[in-house]
Write a protein of this length. Structure first.
Length: 400
């Protein structure tokens, strides 16, 4: 169903679009849009607009900061004046409430006029990122095909690159939530003409996940074109609907042999979402699946060991011992030594016969070497296993 997915939906790690405020950059920087929210402080938005010559969207226009009357074909004078009256409201909270109400109470037939009215306001020096996001969110919900048709036909040469990218993001997100098949068909047919670039995938996945995250996740796994950040969008949406149990049930339903590489990416996303608030639950999930090949191929064990050690280092060490993971033992001990070397020392003294003692000492001596190399060697020599002891001693300097 998706012949161009790798080129049009792949998003590099860390570029997932979240709930950011305002625009990343303006004018010649060429940065893409981030999302804007209605809670943006108007003063900071205005200040940002002034720094770019008074306009978020018209950075290339002449006479920046000067008002320019809209020339929208067929514009209704009464409607335009009502919008301008809203923009003149000195209260940012009231202004946004009034603008939202105007969008919600009517259809999409006036939305094309609002595009130029927002730009007109922007050219006066009053940056309007919140209104811009509201407009395209509503247009995308009411008429996504019409919104995107307008975007493709509009001349954006005098606008900041953030403007059409944000418009597309909101429109595609809304369309994918309503009809992901139609949205995907549009993307495949028009991706070279769109402005979102690598963030197309975020918009599509976020939209579909708002209504059917389980289906979106299974569809993604059938391909090899998605990042951990995009899988996190799916997993977070599943978690909001069904909690940890819902996430576990969805992951258990996946075909683990269909796409090994994609599965590892999904595993990392599941663990990342689980670990945000409850690393102990992530640890339990790992323990249940420790013998699975897909678990061994990911960085989940390492990352979870550190997260768990931040909350309860002794529990992290006990968990690492139970799953028999040298990596988990080393990561947990490293984090413990960073936070409380004395407590880590006490644990080691009481756990000489622990299966992970050698791995723990291998990390522990790194913290002793700078100030007490003699003690570091003594600890290395305390490792019961001969091979493990030799490996640690080999990398320590010999006493003079």
């Amino acid at each position: 169903m998706a012949t161009h997915l790798r080129s049009i939906l792949l998003v590099t790690a860390g570029l997932a679009v979240g709930a950011c405020v305002g625009w990343i950059a303006r004018g010649s920087s060429g940065a893409a849009a981030t999302t804007a929210t209605a809670q943006t402080d108007s003063a900071s938005s205005k200040s940002a607009g002034e720094k770019s010559g008074g306009s978020s969207f018209g950075a290339k226009s002449n006479g920046a900061g000067q008002a320019k009357r809209s020339t929208v074909e067929g514009e209704s004078k009464d409607f335009a004046e009502s919008v301008r009256a809203i923009f003149r409201d000195p209260s940012s909270e009231r202004r946004l409430d009034r603008f939202r109400a105007l969008l919600e109470k009517g259809g999409a037939e006036h939305y094309h006029e609002m595009v130029e009215l927002i730009r007109e306001n922007d050219l006066k020096g009053s940056s309007s990122p919140e209104e811009w996001t509201m407009l395209w969110t509503q247009w995308g919900e009411k008429d996504p095909a019409g919104a995107l048709d307008f975007i493709l036909k509009q001349d954006w040469n005098l606008w900041d690159k953030a403007a059409p990218a944000e418009a597309e993001f909101r429109s595609i997100t809304a369309w994918a939530g309503q009809d992901h098949t139609a949205a995907l068909k549009f993307i495949e047919q028009n991706h070279q003409s769109l402005h979102l670039g690598n963030k197309l995938g975020d918009a599509f996945v976020r939209g579909w996940s708002s209504t059917d995250p389980e289906g979106a996740g299974r569809w993604m796994l059938a391909r090899d074109d998605f990042s951990s950040a995009q899988y996190q969008i799916v997993v977070e949406a599943i978690g909001r609907r069904g909690g940890q149990e819902g996430v576990d049930a969805w992951f258990a339903s996946l075909d683990k042999d269909a796409n090994p590489d994609g599965l590892v990416t999904a595993v990392e996303a599941v663990a990342a979402v689980k670990s945000k608030d409850e690393p102990a639950k992530t640890a339990a999930w790992i323990e249940e699946n420790m013998k699975s090949d897909w678990m061994d191929r990911s960085d989940v064990v390492k990352n979870t060991a550190r997260s768990l050690a931040d909350q309860d280092p002794q529990a992290a060490m006990d968990w690492a011992g139970r799953i028999g993971s040298r990596i988990a033992m080393e990561q947990a001990m490293d984090r413990w030594c960073e936070r409380d070397l004395d407590a880590a020392t006490t644990w080691l003294k009481g756990n000489v016969n622990s299966p992970g003692y050698g791995a723990s000492v291998n990390v522990y001596v790194n913290y002793l070497m700078p100030g007490d190399p003699v003690s570091a060697r003594a600890w290395a020599e305390s490792i019961p296993d001969e091979e493990a002891r030799a490996r640690v001693l080999e990398r320590l300097p010999r006493p003079e």
